[in-house]
Design a protein around this ligand. Structure first.
Ligand code: HEC
Length: 123
């Protein structure tokens, strides 16, 4: 009986962790004077846009915050060259290091720029 209680408690804790991650940054910077502000690479509002694109188009493979998945998807932390990110989004990538290639990910130039800014910010 103790074992069952323990299992239920674990399940509960586990699902709670799952539900609580993700989404918490979404609303923080959504408001603000986005019509008048100049967009620069260090602009935080710009990162929040990039995060949204990342969640939809990259996270399924490269995981939250670009940690990657050993043996399958490379981490996207400490990328040095923004152009490489843009090239990979546009043209995909196939090296000998991973079993499956990355196929091109269709998006607008603006989305590619914001997601590249976000990826460059990952440490
Ligand atoms: C369907 C899975 C998948 C998705 C979605 C995906 N990638 Fe990839 N990505 C890969 C794989 C696999 C590789 C490794 C390819 C190789 O080296 O053969 C890769 C490699 C990369 C690299 C090169 C990393 C390095 O160390 O050189 C970058 C940069 C990258 N992806 C960025 C992105 C971005 C940005 C997005 C979202 C717009 C994205 N990827 C979406 C699977 C994916």
């Amino acid at each position: 009986m103790k074992k069952v209680v323990f299992l239920v408690a674990m399940l509960f804790a586990f699902s709670f962790t799952f539900v609580s991650c993700g989404g918490e940054q979404a609303n923080e910077q959504a408001t603000g004077d986005s019509l008048t502000q100049e967009v620069t690479e260090t602009d935080e509002a710009d990162f929040s846009k990039g995060i949204e694109v990342y969640k939809v188009k990259c996270q399924v493979c490269h995981q939250a915050e670009g940690v990657g998945l050993a043996g399958a998807f490379p981490p996207l932390k400490n990328m040095k060259d923004r152009q490489v990110i843009l090239d990979n989004i546009k043209n995909g990538k196939k090296s000998a290091n991973y079993p499956a290639p990355m196929v091109p990910v269709p998006m607008s130039d603006e989305e590619a720029n914001t997601v590249a800014d976000y990826v460059m910010s990952l440490k």
